[in-house]
Design a protein around this ligand. Structure first.
Ligand code: HEM
Length: 472
């Protein structure tokens, strides 16, 4: 473990990137909230989601504020969101939070930029082609059925932990041919520490992890635990040889002399393990919470599952006939987007509307705020999956009638989530399998509160009691 702690400490040291800083004094900036508000909320674990919602209400197009030394532009106009993240995607780099996350993830797909990112993306892309996702579906369904064996009437547990164990097993087996089941508890504890400890303040930049505090020590140790698990997976894989999966492709690329170092293989593997299970686990956890709170929606979903599947296990070919299942997940991700905000640092001056956004400035847009805006969504605080179903009974992401930039749970452009199809398939198969027979109930007295760390997590977990559906 000492070797891993040293490696993490070294990564932390190197995670400091030289990025341009916006020091322009000669330009007009859009109006916005007081400079101290946001850093104060980050420092005190205040209501950050509430902050972005309030800013979206008050400044309908764009707001300017300060985030420590940085000028921060918050985009609230869906047209600006599309223009910036889609049309200007090459003129910016990842923002503070993901630069900070390099301390844990290293330089993988999520955190890298420019030509290096493009090369890695091309390398990893084939593992996410539709045909591959169809072939993963069988494994996803089989792992979910195996997982269901552990669900017992009256059992009480933390749904976040349970869903994380399930999605970790799925990503491990589909992409890496690895059984990570026995690592789930250790991984969850380490990841919770990394994400909700100092990680909750990563938006302030990687510097937060370089301060010698007890929280930093815990984060480093947890990150070292994650390293050890992923390194073992890579080492095992090298021993077994090429199995045609994702990790085989990464190792082969290294051996073909494309220049991937051991560390880069590790960084990509770590990125895919973490990005590939944490987000879907959060989407599923919030979905169970919303179904428990909205029994009439749960009943509407059960009708579909009972009539289409009648108790049998779902497969990829069933998904088209399960629009309600799709809609429940979309509506859950609208209200509780696992990726709740996206930030970038601008590398070239650009204009949005009448505003110059200079090189070095930070730009941020919050899915949480835009996907709850009354400007674009009817009754935005109501859990209404029906809004995604058209008159023809089919699911479509355009059915609610929102403008393009008001719905972006998987991001935009060249940095759009590579695992989007994987995630939709996985989430639908998990929900269709488990909701056929189970109605998890929220434990009384536990206030559910969103905690915006790198992902949007339920603060303190989501304690549930399992109930078998009558007739299910
Ligand atoms: C509900 C589930 C998921 C959500 C909401 C989600 C969301 C996102 C978002 C918003 C981004 C863009 C971040 C940015 O632009 O700063 C992203 C990127 C990424 N996601 Fe996902 N994701 C999910 C599932 C997955 C899965 C299952 C995988 C892999 C198995 C994955 C792997 C990645 C990777 C590697 C990137 C970086 C892509 C790049 O920059 O080229 N994600 N995800």
């Amino acid at each position: 473990m000492a070797r891993q702690v040293n490696a993490v400490t070294e990564r932390l040291r190197r995670s400091k990137v030289n990025s341009p800083v916006d020091r322009r004094r000669d330009i007009e900036r859009p109006p916005g909230p007081r400079a101290a508000d946001l850093p104060y909320r980050f420092a005190t674990s205040g209501d950050i989601c509430g902050y972005f919602v309030a800013v979206e209400r008050e400044y309908e197009q764009i707001a300017h504020t300060r985030m420590l030394r940085d000028h921060l532009y918050i985009l609230n106009d869906p047209e600006f969101v599309v223009e910036f993240f889609l049309n200007h995607s090459r003129g910016n780099m990842k923002g503070r939070a993901l630069q900070g996350a390099k301390a844990v993830l290293g330089t993988g797909l999520l955190t890298s930029d420019g030509d290096f990112h493009l090369r890695q993306r091309r390398l990893v892309q084939p593992a996410f082609h539709r045909d591959r996702v169809v072939s993963y579906a069988q494994t996803m369904a089989a792992i979910t059925q195996r997982h269901e064996q552990r669900w017992k009437e009256g059992a009480t547990f933390d749904m976040v932990e349970d869903m994380s164990a399930l999605t970790l097993a799925i990503v491990g087996e589909t992409l890496f041919g690895a059984d990570l089941t026995s690592d789930a508890a250790e991984m969850n504890t380490a990841l919770t520490e990394v994400l909700t400890g100092s990680g909750a303040r990563l938006m302030m930049g990687g510097g937060i992890l370089r301060l010698p505090t007890p929280a930093r020590r815990r984060s480093v140790e947890s990150s070292a635990t994650l390293d050890a698990i992923v390194q073992r997976m890579v080492d095992d894989h090298r021993r077994i040889g090429d199995t045609g999966d994702m990790l085989s492709m990464l190792i082969a690329a290294q051996e073909d002399g494309e220049g991937m170092s051991d560390e880069q293989v590790r960084d990509e593997a770590m990125t895919l393990v973490l990005a590939g299970h944490e987000t879907t686990a959060m989407a599923m956890s919030w979905t169970w919470m919303l179904l428990a709170r909205n029994p009439q929606v749960a009943e509407w979903l059960h009708e579909e599952l009972d009539s289409e599947l009648a108790g049998r296990a779902p497969g990829f070919e069933d998904l088209g006939a399960l629009p309600r299942t799709h809609a429940v997940i979309a509506e859950s991700m609208r209200m509780y987007p696992p990726a709740w905000s996206m930030g970038r640092r601008v590398l070239k001056d650009l204009t949005l509307g009448k505003w110059l956004v200079p090189r070095g400035a930070m730009v941020l847009s919050s899915q949480y705020a835009l996907q709850r805006s009354p400007r674009w969504w009817d009754s935005p605080l109501a859990f209404r999956p029906r809004r995604w179903i058209g008159a023809d009974g089919a699911f479509s992401e355009t059915n609610p009638g929102q403008p393009r930039g008001a719905w972006f749970p998987f991001g935009w452009g060249n940095r759009r989530c590579i695992g989007e199809q994987f995630a939709w398939t996985e989430a639908q198969l998990i929900l269709a399998t488990l909701a056929q027979r189970w109605e998890p109930q929220l434990q009384q007295g536990h206030a559910v509160e969103p905690q915006p760390a790198v992902t949007l997590r339920p603060k303190g977990g989501l304690p549930v009691t399992l109930r078998r559906r009558s007739g299910g």
